[in-house]
Every structure is written in structure tokens, then in C-alpha cells.
Write a protein that binds this ligand. Structure first.
Ligand code: NAP
Length: 459
């Protein structure tokens, strides 16, 4: 038997110990997958309406625990309470949305010579969902809700630093009456639990959200077994501000688009590209917006940004700021004392190829870069290995459409910073990912299409 390790969890806002989570061993992962295989058979044999009802019950139980889940996320991850309540409510909404799917997994009837073909969307079996630490609840639900709706079982590995809300969601699923073993949350190391999901022959698909570096390893491991993967990876998204835009609105909204969740957001608009002719005016408007961004106690309703998730992560963000290309234009404020705090920081990088302008920092740091015209804006936005999200600010509708089509990213918004709605597809281009989550088609990504031919020939 492998010896189980454990992780001591620290509240990032005050550095107090909030608990200890025991890691799942390899043998326990294998036992969990075996239970999931049995549970999936029971689940898939239920009538579609019964599976739909079970998911609605799960949503109702989550709804009854929104406040508890939110408070847990505040303590474990340092998310501001307002954001954490939204995240827990989002899990309920995602479950309710996909509760409609079991009764709508509609195949096709195709007339062919000598009979008909009928297609069925068959569940894959057991799906492994691997989740990062930045949005522990929401990202988990984007995997488990459509996978369950399509008739699969799910084993889920939360991130080592932030496992508490996912563990609680696993308990709430059981409380809602999901078949035993259908949805299991297995905390532990990526190198043990995550890798075993990838190599286990009975885990039929991997949904991985995390860094591009680890995502490539997961994809390579899955390829060895010809196992499908959905990859949601890193980003360095551009917020493109044209001279004809409402500069006041663009500047007022920019801090929220990058400092939300302390910049620990794959969709963070961590590069602001500004038309050179309005750069000075934009910076003048941006400075008070950054300085007014409320950083502090995540338990307070007025807080917009809490601490970074761990000391280790804060140190890695600080390393970028200590580099020679990180010229600080201005900074907001951060509390003193215990906690992994960092002030929102605006940089004017020394060049377009500076490390701070090209690499994902994943902290409250944004680089402002000037551009000359529309073609230059598109070229600069696309000069990245990533292509996850982004924003365009302009009052010229045609330009908004042209630039939105020209920027290589999975999602982009014009005169807004919205990225995620559970009703629309979400995912990355280039090295930001592979496949799409959310939206009406998400359950189909957890099925194989089976084609059955019925002969109509007589005799
Ligand atoms: P990470 O280090 O890649 O870890 C992500 C998850 O993978 C964690 O649960 C981790 O476990 C696990 N893992 C680590 N090594 C593994 C391996 N060899 N095999 C299988 N699983 C393994 O990423 P992170 O630091 O948690 O998250 C930040 C990154 O996620 C950023 O790059 C961000 O942009 C990206 N992200 C992308 C999206 C999107 O939708 N595109 C959304 C959110 C975040 P441990 O916790 O034990 O290391």
C-alpha cells in the first residue's frame, strides 16, 4: 500500500491553518474508478427523466448550501465573499441547465439503401476531471455537470491548495441521492491522482483545466491510450482600446477585467493595448480606477480583490515584478501584515517582447502597450502563444466586428469584459486549449456517436 500524504491548508488572508486534507493514494484511485464503473452502469440504465430529476435535486441541495460553500471558498482560496457567492450559485445554475440534457440527447434517423441508420449518443463511461486552484467550484461544475448529464460517472481531482469546496460538492451530490460512486472527489497530488486518471484504462476521457505546461503532459499521456481530452489552459488576453472608444468606460472597467480574483484568472485581460494617440489620456483615467480598486478582507461585502492563493504563488508573481523589464507606471493599495497580499500593479514594459508582456503572470499585474492602427492592434494581440479571451473597446461597429474576427481567441467581447456564460461555448485557441466547455453542446463532448443500421429488406 502507498503511504497517504496530506496537505495543510492555510487561509491566504491571515495565514491561519484551516485544516488538513489527506491525499488519495494510487490504490484508492483505482478502487474509486472501479466503483465509478459500477455506478455508471446503474446511472445509464435509469430513464432520462430520472437522471434529469436527480441533477435537479443536486442543484437544489447546492442552492441550499450556497452560503456555506461561499464561506468555505473565502477561507480556502481568499475569494471575496461577493464573488464566492456568485461562484456557488453558478454551480447550481450549471447543474440546472444540464439537467435538461438527459431528455434531449437526440440522435438522428438517416435513410440509407436497404434500411435506416439510427444514431445514439452513448456515454463514454468514467470521466476524469482535473481542476486548477483558481476557480475550484465553477470549473469543477463545467466538467462534472454535462458529463453526468450525458450518462457518465465522474472522478474529480481538485487542486491540492484548494480542495474544500469540491470535496463538499461531492458530499452534496451524495446527499441529493446520486447513485453511490457516481460522482467522487479525490483530493491529492497531480503527479499521483491526476496522472492515474490519465493512465487508467477505465477512465474514458480527461477534462483538464490548468497550465499549458501540464496540459501538454496530460495530452501526451492521453494520446498513448487514444483517450479524448478537453484542455482549458493558460492565457495572456488583450484588452484593445481604440481612440474612438468611450475612454472613461474603458478605463473604469479595466481593473475589474484583470484584477478580479487577484489576477488569478485564465481570462484576465493582462495586456491593455491602447491606440498611441490616446495613451496618455487613458493612463490618466486608469490610475484613479486602479487606486480605487478595493483590496482587503475577503469576508467583507465591499472587497473587490483578496490575497493571492499561497505564499509560493505570490513569490512567483513577485519574481516577474523584480525583473528589469517591469517598469511600474502606478500601483493600487494592499493591506499590510499577515496574508499573501499584493497591490494591483500597472506596468509599462520596456518592449513588446518583454517577459511581463508575453508570459502569463497569473497575478494582479497588467502591462500597457501602445499600438499604431487597427492592423497593428490585431498583430500585437495575436503575438502570443495563447488565445483564450479578450476585449475590444470601440464605437465603430464595423471595426468591432473586424477586430473580433481578426484576434485569434476562443471568446472575445466588444465594449464589455464578459467571458463566461454557461449557455455559450467557452474555450481557447492556440496553446490556450483544445475543445469547448459549456453551451448547449457540452454533453455531446461526453458521448460517442453510435450508428445502428436496421435492415428493412423482406425475408
Ligand atoms: P496546474 O499546475 O497545471 O494544475 C492544474 C491541475 O492539474 C491541478 O489539480 C494539479 O494538481 C493537476 N496536475 C499537476 N500535475 C499533473 C500531472 N502531471 N498530471 C495530471 N494532473 C496534474 O495549474 P494551476 O496552477 O492549478 O492553475 C493555473 C493555470 O490554470 C493557469 O495557467 C490558468 O490560466 C489555467 N486555467 C485555465 C482555465 C481555462 O478555462 N482555460 C481556467 C482556469 C485556469 P496539484 O494541485 O496537485 O498540482
Amino acid at each position: 500500500m502507498t503511504q497517504a500524504g496530506s496537505t495543510t491548508l492555510i487561509n491566504p488572508a491571515d495565514e491561519s491553518v484551516i485544516g488538513e486534507v489527506v491525499h488519495t493514494t494510487l490504490e484508492e484511485v483505482d478502487a474509486a474508478v472501479a466503483r465509478a464503473v459500477g455506478a455508471q452502469r446503474v446511472w445509464a440504465a435509469l430513464a432520462p427523466a430520472e437522471r434529469a430529476a436527480a441533477l435537479r435535486r443536486f442543484a437544489a441541495v447546492v442552492d441550499a448550501h450556497v452560503e456555506e460553500l461561499a464561506q468555505l471558498e473565502v477561507r480556502n482560496s481568499g475569494h471575496p465573499i461577493g464573488s464566492a457567492r456568485w461562484e456557488a450559485g453558478h454551480v447550481r445554475d450549471v447543474l440546472n441547465y444540464y439537467a435538461g440534457a438527459p431528455e434531449r440527447l437526440i440522435g438522428q434517423q438517416i435513410p440509407v439503401a436497404g434500411g435506416i441508420d439510427v444514431t445514439f449518443h452513448e456515454p463514454l463511461g468514467v470521466v476524469g476531471v482535473i481542476v486548477p486552484w483558481n476557480f475550484p467550484m465553477t470549473i469543477a461544475s463545467w466538467g462534472f455537470a454535462p458529463a453526468l448529464a450525458a450518462g457518465n460517472a465522474v472522478v474529480l481531482k481538485p487542486a491540492d491548495w484548494t480542495p474544500l469546496t469540491a470535496i463538499r460538492l461531492g458530499e452534496l451530490g451524495a446527499e441529493a441521492g446520486l447513485p453511490e460512486g457516481l460522482f467522487q472527489v479525490l483530493p491529492g497530488r497531480g503527479s499521483v491522482v491526476g496522472e492515474r486518471f490519465v493512465s487508467h484504462p477505465q477512465v474514458a476521457k480527461i477534462v483538464f483545466t490548468g497550465s499549458t505546461e501540464v496540459g501538454k503532459r496530460v495530452a501526451a499521456g492521453a494520446a498513448a491510450l487514444v483517450k479524448p481530452v478537453t484542455l482549458e489552459l493558460g492565457g495572456k488576453s488583450a484588452n484593445v482600446v481604440f481612440g474612438d472608444a468611450d475612454l472613461e468606460r474603458a478605463a473604469a472597467s479595466a481593473p475589474g477585467s484583470v484584477f478580479d480574483n487577484a489576477g488569478q484568472d485564465c481570462c484576465a485581460r493582462s495586456r491593455i493595448l491602447v491606440e498611441r494617440s490616446v495613451l496618455d489620456r487613458f493612463l490618466e483615467l486608469l490610475e484613479p480606477a486602479v487606486k480605487g480598486f478595493a483590496v482587503g478582507d475577503p469576508a467583507s461585502d465591499i472587497t473587490q480583490m483578496g490575497p493571492l492563493v499561497t505564499k509560493q504563488h505570490r513569490d512567483s508573481v513577485q519574481e516577474f515584478l523584480d525583473g528589469p523589464d517591469a517598469v511600474v507606471a502606478f500601483r493600487g493599495f494592499a493591506p499590510e501584515g499577515p496574508g499573501f497580499w499584493m497591490a494591483p500593479t500597472v506596468l509599462l514594459p520596456t518592449s513588446r517582447t518583454a517577459r511581463v508582456a508575453t508570459e502569463e503572470i497569473f497575478g494582479p499585474v497588467v502591462s500597457v502597450l501602445p499600438f499604431d492602427d487597427e492592423a497593428d492592434a490585431i498583430a500585437l494581440a495575436n503575438d502570443s502563444i495563447y488565445g483564450l479571451s479578450g476585449s475590444i473597446w470601440t464605437n465603430d461597429l464595423g471595426r468591432g466586428i473586424r477586430v473580433a474576427r481578426g484576434i485569434q481567441s476562443g471568446t472575445i467581447s466588444v465594449n464589455s469584459h464578459s467571458s463566461v456564460r454557461y449557455t455559450t461555448p467557452f474555450g481557447g485557441a492556440k496553446q490556450s486549449g483544445l475543445g469547448r466547455e459549456l453551451g448547449p453542446d457540452a454533453p455531446l463532448a461526453f458521448t460517442d456517436t453510435k450508428n445502428v443500421f436496421f435492415s428493412t429488406s423482406a425475408g
